[in-house]
Design a protein around this ligand. Structure first.
Ligand code: CUA
Length: 311
């Protein structure tokens, strides 16, 4: 009945779920048994004492107040700790970019491998999905991993998991997103580390950074952002991770979200000291190309920038 437990967090999620289910069942049984007993005992026409209790039982009152209090607080602490772990990807996680669009999933591996609908990952290797949508709200749901996360247009959301068992597991879109929502599914194929390495090698097709570098030229970004350009545009070397002062006095961190928005909504966060000359590429560059550009911008000015170094 339940999907298999195939990620490092699945057992912990199930533990919490079944504990809450068990407690709820116990409370429901307690309430209904008491209700039925009272209904039978105090039914109309029955000669019983209906005067009610006149003295307080402090012990009972304290018990039914403090025991549920401790139980609910315990569940809160338990689930909060689990939630923090589910939100914090391990440092060695592989980042895979995901674009949802009506009605398919596109996955891009750091080595340049791209796939539609099916995601290949390795057993035991933590995976961090960085996701965005090209149109409406979608939602990645992988029941066997006990993970689920909305995928929003114009924003990056994240999800991570460590697959523990080789196999093929269902992937669903869990947000109604139009006519073919119910068919916007796919699969996660978990291979042994050796099998996954073979798959990666067989499907290598230029790294994401290489593709981003190529797109940087193709979309004419270099025309303004190159060193020798006559246009006064912000330098991009080493931009990722730095703090950018904006024309309106604010300061923002140049993270993936900032780089994405700088391409699609350049007028919103203009860097201090620069005129708002950058045209918006919203609708002109697909989300998967933007991901490649962002991947390239992340390594610009670093040692990894040399071609093929990121493989
Ligand atoms: Cu995408 Cu439902």
């Amino acid at each position: 009945m339940m999907p298999p437990q195939a990620s490092s967090l699945a057992g912990r999620v199930d533990g919490l779920f079944y504990t809450m289910l068990g407690l709820s069942v116990a409370v429901v049984i307690g309430v209904f048994v008491t209700m039925i007993v009272f209904a039978v005992r105090f039914r109309r026409g029955r000669r019983v004492d209906r005067s009610g209790e006149s003295h307080r039982e402090l012990g009972i009152e304290l018990t039914w107040t403090l025991v549920p209090f401790a139980m609910f607080l315990g569940i809160f602490v338990w689930s909060a700790l689990l939630w923090v772990d589910m939100r914090t990807p391990p440092a060695d996680a592989t980042t895979i970019y995901v674009v949802g669009k009506q009605w398919m999933w596109e996955f891009q591996h750091p080595g340049g491998q791209r796939e539609i609908g099916i995601l290949h990952v390795a057993q035991g290797q933590p995976v961090r999905l960085v996701m965005t949508s090209q149109d409406v709200i979608h939602d990645v749901s992988i029941p066997a991993f006990r993970v689920k996360q909305d995928v929003l247009p114009g924003r990056y959301t994240e999800l991570w998991f460590t697959p523990t068992r080789p196999g093929t597991y269902d992937l669903y879109c869990a947000e109604f997103c139009g006519t073919d929502h119910s068919r916007m599914g796919g699969a996660v194929v978990v291979g042994t580390p050796a099998a996954h390495a073979r798959w990666l090698a067989a499907h290598a097709d230029g790294s994401l950074v290489d593709r981003g570098r190529e797109l940087f030229t193709r979309y004419g970004c270099a025309g303004c952002h190159a060193d020798h350009s006559s246009v006064h545009a912000p330098r991009l070397d080493g931009l990722y991770g730095s703090t950018v002062p904006l024309a309106d006095g604010r300061q923002v961190r140049a993270d993936e979200r900032y780089l994405h928005d700088a391409i699609t909504l350049p007028a919103r966060e203009v860097a201090a000291g620069y005129a708002p000359l950058m045209p918006s590429y919203k609708g002109r560059i697909g989300e998967s190309d933007i991901l490649a550009l962002v991947a390239y911008l992340k390594v610009r000015g670093t040692a990894r920038e040399t071609p093929h170094a990121s493989r």
